[in-house]
Design a protein around this ligand. Sequence first.
Ligand SMILES: [Zn+2]
Length: 70
Amino acid sequence: MKISSVTCPHCHAAYEIAESTSALGSPGQADCGVCGTLLVAWEEPSLRAFRLVVPPEHKYPRVPTPSCFA
Ligand SMILES: [Zn+2]
């Protein structure tokens, strides 16, 4: 098992890629599960699993809305 990582160029969500070194897969591609942007495409017959590790909202926390407008 080979582990690498990729960050979505559009929304900056971070993914961990687990690539099997024993099982054969097929060429393919992976899209960002958050915004749908193409993350990576590969030509080799490899088996890859993608896991979201850092949702984009964790990298860009929303500014809290003030609760008092008086
Ligand atoms: Zn994205």
